[in-house]
Design a protein around this ligand. Structure first.
Ligand code: ATP
Ligand code: MG
Length: 502
C-alpha cells in the first residue's frame, strides 16, 4: 500500500467532493475537487522540474488555501516540505536555505528580490512566488499543467517534511518527519479528540508550524472536515466566525486575547465542541477564566516539532488545568532522573518519549541527534516535568531554563505560578542570571495588570513565607510585556541576556 500521507488524506475525503473543504474569511469557497485538482497541477509542475529524490521544497509565504495546497502537492509529488516562519528575514533565510539546500524555494512576490538572490547563491535552481491572493509565478506556471496526478509511492519511513524548531532555546534545528510520523499522529488525534462528521475547524494558526499544519490542518483533512481559514489570528474575526465552527485550536495568547474582549462569552462559543491549546503553557488563570466566561474547558495538549503531539488532556475524562494530560495511545512517555532511572510519582525529571510519532533525527546533525536519544531509543525532549498519581503530566519548564542556585535546582514554573496568582500581576517569567556566589541568581521579570502598583518587595515578601529562601528571586524587574516569538513562546534567552550583569 502507498504510505504517502496525501493518499491517506485522499482516502478520507468526503464522498461528495463538491462539498466545501476550505472557506476563506472573505468568502471564497474551495471544494474537495478543487483541492484535488489544484494539488495535481502543482504536483505536475514539481514533477516537471526533474528534481532529485528527497528534494526539499522550502516555502516562506503568507497563509492562504494555496499555501496549504502547496504543502499537499509537495507530499503528493514525493518531495519534502519545508515551511519557514513568515517573520524570518534575510539573515535567517540565508541560514535555513544554506542548511537545507532546497531544490525549490517558494516565497512571497514582494520578497522575490532578496530571497531569490540567497537561493541562487545556495545552489537552488527554481524560485517561485506565491502571494496571499493567488498572485505569483507558482500558480501561473501550474495553471497549464494537467489536473490529475498519480500520487507518488512512498514508504512509511520516507521523509515528508523537515520542520525547523521554533528556536526558543537556541538555533533552530531541522526535525526530519516521515510520512508515517505524520500519519500515525493524525490517526491518534482523530480518536483522542473524537473528530466527528460535520466538524468545522476555525483555522487561525500559521501554517509554518507543527500546531497549524500537522495538528489543525492534518486533523481536518483526515476527518474530511471543512476549514474556515483566517489569514492570521484576529480576535474580532474569530468571534465573528466561531458560531459557524465546532473546533478551534490556539496558542495560549489567542485565549488571553479573546478574554480581553468583554463581549466574548457563552454566545460566541455556543456551537463549539472543542477548544484546544498548546505550543506554550496555558496559565491556570486563563483556563479558569475561560471556563467561567464560556462554560468550556480548554483541552491542553503538549507536543513539539520533533514528535508532533505526545500528551493530551482527555476528551471525555477530566481536563486538569496546569497539566497537559496523559500520553496519547501508542506513545510512551517517561520522566527520568539525571542518571536515567525512572522518577516516582510527583518527582520532577526529564521528559523522554518513544513512539511512531518520533522524528528521524535532526537534518545534517548526526552528532546532535545521537546525543538526544537514549540507548533504548527514547528522545530526550529537553522539557522537565512530573507525573501525578492519576498519570497527568505537568511541565515545569525546559531543562535549559532550569536554574541552579547555590547548588540547588530551582524550577521556574513553581515560582512563576505563585507570582502569577498575586493580586495585580498579569504574568511573569523567572530566569537565572550569572551570580558570583550562587552560580545563578533567581530573577523575576513581572508584567503588572493595568493600574496595579507593586514594588519588588510586594513580590518578594509573600514569596518568602511560601518557598525556600534559595528559590526567592534576588531581583524583580517590571516590564510592559514579555518578549515572545510568533508562536507565543516567552523567549527566556532574551531575558537572560538582558538582565545578566555586564
Ligand atoms: P527550540 O527547540 O528551537 O528551542 P521550541 O522547542 O520552542 O524551539 P517547538 O518545537 O515549536 O520549538 O516547540 C516545542 C516546545 O514547546 C516543547 O518542547 C515545550 O517546551 C513547548 N510546549 C508545547 N506545548 C506546550 C504546553 N502545552 N505547555 C508547555 N509547553 C509546551
Ligand atoms: Mg525544542
Amino acid at each position: 500500500m502507498n504510505a504517502n500521507l496525501y493518499a491517506l488524506f485522499e482516502s478520507r475525503f468526503p464522498q461528495d467532493r463538491s462539498a466545501c473543504s476550505i472557506e476563506t474569511h472573505d468568502g471564497l469557497l474551495y471544494s474537495w475537487n478543487d483541492l484535488e485538482r489544484a494539488t495535481a497541477k502543482m504536483a505536475n509542475l514539481l514533477a516537471s522540474l526533474a528534481l532529485p529524490p528527497d528534494s526539499r521544497i522550502a516555502v516562506q509565504v503568507e497563509k492562504s488555501p494555496e499555501a496549504l495546497m502547496l504543502y499537499l502537492a509537495t507530499i503528493r509529488a514525493g518531495y519534502v516540505y519545508l515551511p519557514l516562519n513568515t517573520a524570518y528575514r534575510a539573515a535567517e533565510i540565508e541560514y535555513f536555505i544554506g542548511d537545507a539546500e532546497p531544490a525549490v524555494v517558494v516565497c512571497s512576490p514582494e520578497n522575490f528580490g532578496w530571497v531569490s538572490q540567497l537561493a541562487f547563491k545556495a545552489g537552488t535552481r527554481h524560485v517561485f512566488t506565491l502571494g496571499e491572493d493567488r498572485q505569483g509565478s507558482l500558480l501561473s506556471r501550474a495553471a497549464g499543467q494537467p489536473d490529475t496526478f498519480a500520487t507518488v509511492e512512498r514508504k512509511p519511513d520516507d521523509l515528508a517534511a523537515i520542520l525547523y524548531t521554533s528556536g526558543t532555546t537556541g538555533r533552530s534545528k531541522g526535525a526530519m518527519l516521515s510520512h508515517d510520523n505524520l500519519a500515525s499522529n493524525v490517526k491518534v488525534l482523530q480518536e483522542a479528540w473524537a473528530w466527528q462528521k460535520g466538524d468545522v475547524l476555525l483555522h487561525a494558526l500559521p501554517l509554518f508550524h507543527v500546531h497549524g499544519l500537522f495538528v489543525a490542518s492534518n486533523g481536518a483533512l483526515y476527518n474530511g472536515s471543512k476549514m474556515i481559514f483566517l489569514p492570521k489570528f484576529d480576535g474580532a474575526e474569530v468571534m465573528r466566525q466561531l458560531p459557524r465552527a465546532t473546533v478551534f485550536m490556539g496558542v495560549p495568547t489567542y485565549y488571553v486575547r479573546l478574554l480581553a474582549d468583554p463581549a466574548f462569552g457563552r454566545e460566541a462559543c455556543a456551537g463549539i465542541r472543542l477548544f484546544v491549546s498548546g505550543s506554550a503553557p496555558l496559565l491556570l488563570e486563563t483556563f479558569t477564566e475561560f471556563a467561567r466566561r464560556t462554560g468550556h474547558t480548554i483541552l491542553e495538549r503538549y507536543g513539539m516539532s520533533e514528535t508532533t503531539m505526545l500528551v493530551s488532556n482527555p476528551y471525555e475524562g477530566e481536563r486538569i488545568g496546569g497539566t497537559v494530560g496523559h500520553p496519547l495511545p501508542g506513545v510512551s512517555v517517561r520522566v527520568v532522573r539525571d542518571d536515567g532511572s525512572a522518577c516516582g510519582v510527583d518527582e520532577i525529571g526529564g521528559i523522554e518519549v518513544k513512539g511512531p510519532n518520533v522524528f528521524h533525527g535532526y537534518w545534517r546533525m548526526p552528532e546532535k541527534t545521537k546525543e538526544e536519544f537514549t540507548a533504548d531509543g527514547f528522545f530526550k525532549t529537553g522539557d522537565v516535568g512530573r507525573f501525578d498519581a492519576k498519570g497527568y503530566l505537568t511541565i515545569v519548564g525546559r531543562s535549559k531554563d532550569l536554574i541552579i542556585s547555590g547548588g540547588y535546582n530551582v524550577y521556574p514554573k513553581e515560582i512563576e505560578s505563585i507570582i502569577d496568582e498575586m493580586e495585580g500581576v498579569a504574568e511573569s517569567a523567572v530566569i537565572g542570571v550569572p551570580h558570583p556566589d550562587f552560580g545563578e541568581a533567581v530573577t523575576a521579570v513581572v508584567v503588572l495588570k493595568k493600574e496595579a502598583r507593586l514594588t519588588a518587595q510586594d513580590i518578594i515578601g509573600p514569596l518568602k513565607s511560601r518557598i525556600a529562601n534559595f528559590k526567592v528571586p534576588k531581583q524583580v524587574h517590571f516590564v510592559a510585556e514579555l518578549p515572545r516569538n510568533t508562536m507565543g513562546k516567552v523567549q527566556k534567552n532574551v531575558l537572560r541576556q538582558q538582565y545578566s550583569p555586564a
